[in-house]
Design a protein around this ligand. Sequence first.
Ligand SMILES: [Zn+2]
Length: 219
Amino acid sequence: MKHCLVILSLLLAASYVKAQTTTQPLMKYQNKIIPKSIEKEALKALSFYPELKDTPIEFKFKKAIKKSTMQAQPTWASFFRSKEDRGYIILISEKFHIEEEEFDIHNVDEDVLIGWLGHELGHVMDYRERTNLGMIFFGLKYLYSKSHIQEVERSADTYAVNYGMHEYILATKNFILNHASISPKYKKRIMKFYMSPEEIMELVNSNNNTEEEIEKVLN
Ligand SMILES: [Zn+2]
């Protein structure tokens, strides 16, 4: 009888652990505002950035955003606080265009959307390092300097990849780049401002090599 109880409790414990690992719930935050329709994808993207746990972030749909699908920026209300207390807003177009074709953000694949949100959170990671004055210059430069746009976009991609999101970031790139109707001109623009799939894989490989080297040294 005693043995049975021990075995039974072990079985229960094992199934509990299994349930914990297979249906790991996504964390709930006090300081994030997320529309219900993209909640799952936003929480998934956030789960890659533990540093953003205490950062206030609002994901918000907006009718039209100039030239882009999503945009991350500090909230005005928090702008004059210290950078540690800054909050951010991620604006999202529900409908967006890739050249002539119109898409609805709710109809793109889950992985593509997670990658997109992960890229925006990469911007937030980048902004967190900047002072308020730095953010003002940053905004001005973004308006006027193409090389600055390139630097900023590649930095957001790099954050996302370094935080383990490469599969999602690649899904987003491939969605844009492999689109049948896409013209070489548009493709060139994307390649110029963002990291290419090849560059992402190079970064993943070099991160893996560094990890292996660290492990070698530690063992
Ligand atoms: Zn961006």
